[in-house]
Write a protein of this length. Structure first.
Length: 284
């Protein structure tokens, strides 16, 4: 039995839900999940729907064509239809920090993430042994001001060769180039501490410790040309106090980075996020 996921957004108007559910009935589908949201300020409608196609001879290509020619056109929709067995291909970009990489690969090996990981790209050789341990191809592409264009070319060539659907920056300590961002719009996920912009620089936890903060956090977001200002996917916090050392701050921060990044990957891979403007609608 085939399962499909449908994502929709369009101007809010009467009859959308009725039209979509009626379409599912006509193609012999059984709805197993449906949720919707209306952004009142923007007057935009969002929907996520999962269904089982009860006719074993159902053709998803034909269903997509019929949806496009009828409902999508009638309501002026932006839409996507995915089959559940389609595992998105995810590339990992890393530098020298290993905590997020270990966590992602551990979850991947345990079957917690519904993705394929065809390759890992890094600007350093340090994490190659981890990739080899998990038997994932590792490519080192040095990335400096002097070789930025060549580095970008190699990155894009590898991503296209492996038919990558989205990219995860697992503490990749380089700014992503505009060309790469444009090729993977809203498909590059980053993780960082939540102190930006209050505590910028290389040692945000040290700065936060000196200020005596009571909460630390992590934020995962889609990458845009505006550094660290893309649509937010997931966030979390942990409380700290005067009894914690700067080492405690770093440890708690890294734990949050692991958890928040893993949640963001899972939400994106399961097609539960929709971007509109510089915000996300997330169907948990």
């Amino acid at each position: 039995m085939q399962q499909i996921t449908i994502l929709i957004n369009c101007a809010d108007q009467k009859g959308i839900i009725a039209a979509v559910t009626d379409f599912i009935l006509k193609v012999e589908g059984n709805i197993t999940y449906i949720d919707q949201h209306v952004d009142r300020e923007q007057d935009v409608f969002f929907m996520r729907l999962e269904c089982e196609l009860t006719n074993k001879n159902s053709n998803v290509t034909n269903i997509k064509h019929a949806f496009e020619q009828t409902i999508a056109t009638d309501f002026g929709m932006k839409w996507e239809i995915h089959t559940m067995e389609q595992k998105p291909k995810m590339a990992l970009f890393v530098s020298k920090y290993d905590h997020c990489l270990f966590d992602i690969l551990g979850r991947y090996s345990a079957g917690e993430l519904n993705v394929e990981i065809p390759l890992i790209i890094s600007n350093h050789e340090d994490l190659r042994p981890i990739a080899e341990r998990f038997k994932i191809p590792f490519f080192c592409i040095p990335f400096t001001k002097e070789n930025k264009e060549e580095g970008e070319r190699q990155q894009i060539e590898l991503l296209q060769k492996h038919e990558i659907n989205f990219v995860v920056l697992a503490r990749y300590m380089q700014i992503i180039t505009p060309n790469l961002i444009s090729l993977y719009e809203n498909k590059i996920i980053n993780i960082h501490h939540s102190f930006l912009p209050a505590f910028p620089g290389a040692k945000p936890y040290h700065s936060a410790f000196k200020r005596g903060v009571k909460i630390i956090g992590a934020t995962s977001h889609y990458v845009t040309a505006a550094l660290d200002e893309g649509p937010i996917i997931e966030q979390d916090i942990a409380r700290v106090s005067h009894i914690n050392s700067v080492e405690d701050f770093i440890m708690k921060g890294r734990d949050l980075e692991r958890i928040v990044l893993a949640r963001a990957i899972k939400l994106h891979a399961e097609r539960k996020t929709m971007v509109y403007g510089n915000k996300t609608v997330v169907f948990y």
